[in-house]
Design a protein around this ligand. Sequence first.
Ligand code: C2E
Ligand code: CA
Ligand code: CA
Length: 775
Amino acid sequence: MPASMTPTGNLTDAPDNRDDDLVFVAEADQLSAADGMLVRAPLAPVATWRILVVDDDADVHSSTLFALKNVEMQGRALQFLHAYSAHEARALLEREADIAVVLLDVVMERPDAGLQLVRQIREELGMSRVRIILRTGQPGYAPELEAIRGYDINDYRTKSELTRTKLYTAVAAAIRSYQQLRVIDANCAGLEHILAAGTQLMAQHGVRDVAHGVLRQMATLLGQEPAGVLCVRDSGHARPDLLRVVAAAGEHGELEGGELNPQRHQALVAAAQRTLRERRGHDAAGWLSLHFPGKAGRDFAACIPFGRKLDDTERRLLDVFASMVTVGLENVELVTHLNQAAFHDQLTGLPNRTRVVELLDAVLDSAQRGLTTLALIDLDHFAETNDALGHHFGDLLLAAVGKRLRTRMKPDSAAGADASNTLEVARIGGDIFCVLGEAGVVQPAPIQALFREPFHIDGQDVQVSATLGLVRLSEHDGSGADALKDADIALKRAKSHQRAGHFYFSRSMGVEIRERVRMMHALRSGFQRGELFLAYQPQVDLATNGAFGAEALLRWRTEDGRLIGPDRFIPIAEYSGLIVDIGEWVLRQALAELVRLHAAGYRTFTMSVNVSQVQFRHPHFVDMLRRALDDTGAAAEYVELEITESMAMEDPALLVEKLAQVKRTGVSIAIDDFGTGFSSLSHLQRLQVDRLKIDRTFVTEITGSARGSSIAEMVIQLGRNLGLSVIAEGVEDERQAHILRSLGCPLAQGYLFSRPLTPEALVEWLGNQARIEAA
Ligand code: C2E
Ligand code: CA
Ligand code: CA
């Protein structure tokens, strides 16, 4: 067999065409236009037609070369590859690309070696484009017609049949069909490219980005460098002919954002105007244009420099592309609109809370985090302004504040024009604005300084101040939403201290808040599980030291046996509103205990119950009280409610009315912690209270200080003058009791007499007292 003597895959050039490389370079540049192949990128350029000759007879190889020498097809030379067995051919086909035609011997190492190779080419190697011409020496070995059809064989000839002319014709026909197949491939690739381009365009965020994408993609489709403009007619403008350049690329880059000058860019303007007028793309006078219909007459035209004629395929692909872009642009407009609505506050046009959380997440994820501060800005007394001057006025004020923040807050220019040096102003809700930016700029003083100048609204000057809560992101670990919460905590803290002030968030604040939230949940479930109980602290008559009543005090023993003091959990119960339920439960417990004590023979015994402000303010409080009295059967005249002095100071009109209702149930009122607030006398008189409770601090004071006249003394005087009963709480030692007695204080309560007791211990204590008296 000659095959063994010939180097595998020997490559010979067609005679007279050895300047292969030159051809390759020269043709590659003109290829896309000449061949109607729109997209070159996915395909390797074809410089020559590569023909593989497979035959175990060396003579056939040389006769084939001879027959096709000096031949050009479709402007290209032929290049030959040689294999001398099916096996060798297969190895070569796996290695080499772009083989256009295989001239294949049917009978080689085996009678069906050629047909086997065809099957391998089509099925195993998956090469569907390569054209195959079968040649056989023996007519008897003609393959079945089925096989020819099934394997996409171009031609089947006996070798004797193949004269030089016939071989030429057969190969030329094969090359033509190979080329057509490649054009189809190219078109498919072009379509795929367009689809991919469409997907990319959809991912762009604004019209401008899409416009840039369009210019880029058009250039790629046509195999040239990006250039040209995408413009829109400035509808609604005084000059409707004016063309605004949305995006520009390459040599036209500087036109972006400007207007097209009809004198300077005559051809370009003419192309764009014609495109917009006729609502379709053109290909004339050195410009290729596409038309993209937009909404409300806002059509777009893309014009790019283009020196040749478009072929049909290109035209069709560009049409597909244009409709794709139109859909893309519509989507972008829609998305932009949705974005605007989803991430911006309608009133001020500023980013909203959602957007701020996004921005914060991004900053926290970047190197900027160490340098960034978040500030919340709360307008002081905005609610009052809004109520007093109307909502419209309030809206105008908010818009004005937003505008001032946006225009006056500037990134640090001294730090250079660093793009990362940004500053965001947002409105995160109600009267709360937010500034996010460089720590050196986002500072309380400059922000508050912006509020020193009045705002002009509706012809009026309005002065507003603001309170700030700030978070240094360098000290923050957590999400953007957490950072906003922290800023809110700092803001609340700032507001509770003083208006027009500021507070930086510190870790301890966060821990405190989280601890509170944790406790709130624990308290709720603890209450349901019955972890709360009451202790009763006896109240005594200082003249006799005999008990006349008790104060009910709430206790919480948690699941793990810890005792938590009411000073810690009552504020949380108040804050969460849970105090309403807990308070009712306390009242009913205490009344039930009172009923038992009365039944046990302590018939004039009184019960004092603490009532918190939140509970007292509840609209159904008096009903609740009445029902509790009814249900337990407790005698109202032996029940006393303790309200704090600070509460007595709030909302006098409401309180007077409510206290009057309480009094009508027969229950009496004591003012707890008296002396710590600032009750005016006239006020006290109107409240119709029955008793003042001298706060423990003043009781402690009477022995601690050498001052002759103490607050305790004044309260006792006051009580006497107003005809009110007075009780001193927190009496711990005999000296205090002695002084109180000498000052004329009738009643007392404190560790000296007894600690708060369980109901059983109270009964026992009362029993002991009776024995002491009796003794
Ligand atoms: P308060 O009404 O001023 O209660 C008196 C507090 O002083 C009680 O603390 C009592 O145990 C404590 N105390 C009594 N005698 C002495 C003494 O001699 N020395 C000292 N150092 N302390 C004495 P407690 O029980 O921890 O209650 C603290 C506060 O919790 C109460 O202050 C009251 O404001 C609130 N509270 C307790 N129970 C309830 C309740 O059922 N409802 C509401 N709303 N508040 C309650
Ligand atoms: Ca009390
Ligand atoms: Ca008290």
